[in-house]
Design a protein around this ligand. Structure first.
Ligand code: GRF
Length: 189
C-alpha cells in the first residue's frame, strides 16, 4: 500500500498524535506521519518526534510579521516534505481560508464534542452545565468556519452521575484515540 504523507499539527500534550503514530505503524493503515508541526515550541507532544524519529517543525507565530507570513512559511514546509494530508490534533491556531484553499489535500480535525454542539473551547463543562446525557467527539473536515466542516465520524458515551469536566475529558480522550484512526481509514479506503 502506498501511504499518504501526513503532517500532524499540535499545540500541547499530543496524545492524539501518539495514537496516530502508533496506528500508522500498521502496514495497512493508509497514512504515514512524516512531520509534526507545533505552534508552541515547548509543546509536550514534541517529545514524540524523538521517540518515534519523526521530523518536527516547532514554529513560533510571534516571530512572523503577520498571519499571512506565518502560514506561507508553513505551506512551504508542507510542500517541501510532500505532505498530502493534514491532521489537526489540538492545534490552537485558526487557519485562514487562504491557507485551507492553498493546501492541496484534505485537512482534518478532531473536536471533543458531538458537533454541532459546543464548537470552540470548554466543551466538557458546557455539556455538564446543560445536563446533557451523552458526550463524545467528532472527526471532521476543516472548512473556513470554525468546527463546522463536514463530519466524518462521531463517537459517543453516556455521561455518568457525578461526572466532572476532568473525568469526562479523560473518557472522551480515550474515544478520540479510536475515532481519529477510524475516520482516516474510512476516508482512504
Ligand atoms: C483533544 O481533546 C482534541 O479533541 C482537541 O484538543 C485536544 C488535544 O489533545 N482538539 P492531545 O494534544 O491530542 O492530547
Amino acid at each position: 500500500m502506498i501511504k499518504k504523507n501526513c503532517a500532524v499539527f499540535i499545540s500541547g500534550r499530543g496524545s492524539n498524535l501518539e495514537s496516530l503514530i502508533k496506528e500508522a505503524d500498521n502496514d495497512n493503515f493508509p497514512i504515514q506521519i512524516k512531520l509534526i508541526i507545533s505552534d508552541n515550541i515547548n509543546a509536550i507532544g514534541l517529545k514524540f518526534s524523538k521517540t518515534f524519529n519523526i521530523d518536527s517543525y516547532p514554529i513560533d507565530y510571534s516571530s512572523f510579521k503577520n498571519k499571512k507570513e506565518f502560514e506561507q512559511n508553513l505551506l512551504n514546509k508542507l510542500r517541501n516534505k510532500n505532505i498530502e494530508l493534514i491532521c489537526l490534533a489540538g492545534f490552537m491556531q485558526i487557519l485562514s481560508s487562504e491557507f485551507i484553499t492553498s493546501f492541496s489535500g484534505p485537512i482534518l480535525n478532531i473536536h471533543p464534542s458531538l458537533l454541532p454542539k459546543y464548537k470552540g473551547l470548554n466543551t466538557h463543562q458546557r455539556a455538564l452545565d446543560n445536563n446533557d446525557k451523552v458526550a463524545g467527539c467528532t472527526v471532521h473536515f476543516v472548512s473556513e468556519e470554525l468546527d463546522s466542516g463536514e463530519i466524518i465520524l462521531q463517537k459517543s458515551l453516556k455521561i455518568n452521575e457525578n461526572e466532572t469536566a476532568e473525568t469526562l475529558m479523560n473518557r472522551v480522550l480515550r474515544l478520540e484515540h479510536q475515532a481519529y484512526p477510524e475516520a482516516i481509514k474510512q476516508i482512504f479506503s
